[in-house]
Write a protein of this length. Sequence first.
Length: 350
Amino acid sequence: MKHLKLFTLAVAALAVCLSVSAKPKVRIIATGGTIAGVSATSASSAYTAGQVGIQTLIDAVPQMLFLADVSGEQLVNIGSQDMNDEVWLKLAKRVNVLLNEEGYDAVVITHGTDTMEETAYFLNLTVKSDKPVILAGSMRPSTAISADGPANLYNAVAAAVSPNVKGMGVLCCMNNQLLDAKTVIKTHTIDCDTFEGGPSGIIGYVYNGEAHILQTPNNKHTVNSVFDVTQMDKLPKVGIVYGYANASPLPMQAFVDAKFDGIVLAGVGDGNFYKDVFDVAVKAQNQGIQIVRSSRCPTGPTCLNSEVDDAKYHFVAALDLNPQKARVLLMLALTQTHDWQEIQKFFMEY
Ligand code: DGL
């Protein structure tokens, strides 16, 4: 009888080991955001982001354990309006170690939605692996009626373990949709369906625990990116100036006086700017501060040498990147070169 009990225990232990070892290893890195937010009451829209820890988020979605061997770590616990270069560098380095040195099959990052698109694009250019890296957040706090965070987290893990997601670059998983890092944009201040994929649309969707891919990103990313932050402990300083009728040149002048390395213009229309701002931009470029023209328009490219003679002034046109993503690429481009023509090539490739 004793031997039978020992045999049964051994089989059970083996089953557990096989079941765990058979599942992909997914690491969840938590950074805060509304997904970790707490509201005064479940019906209240008043809440504070970045209050709940990663293990609480994981424990709220036990169904994930059927998909993967899930574990978590807390990098920071902030509202993503406070996301910064220091966290970006820590996050990129940690993702690379998890995927390239610690044997994880995928990384999911919980993140606030306000700057999720910027972090996703930064990681798209700095992660050195073709394994899935997927950001998930929520528009309702964890304590809200019909909180959307648990489903977004479950779907992100489901996508992370889907065989057809490898090599897609960094993705965002929100509201059952998969969006690629270059085109994802937050379009609505409070709606759960806030993220869109720009003119090219979403990359795919997650349904019933499976990822369905509709298209593949055609820009350079991850293992094909030249940008490497492994040895970096700071990033070039790049600011954004908003364009509007009768715009003041003071914000751009302030960046010049503060010796910023680059300035992105969220210009009107096809990246145009008010004459007083234009004059400061030309002086800045001549002082070696790289100017990139983007647009405040939510869709459409900022075209090279169209209404503005970029070749004459050595400006860079952001093409398909909105101002906040043009800033990310310019920061990383300036770690490689200060040549405006080389930087323009990066905007054509990434
Ligand atoms: N504080 C905002 C942030 O962390 C809340 C938005 C959200 O996460 O949905 O991005």
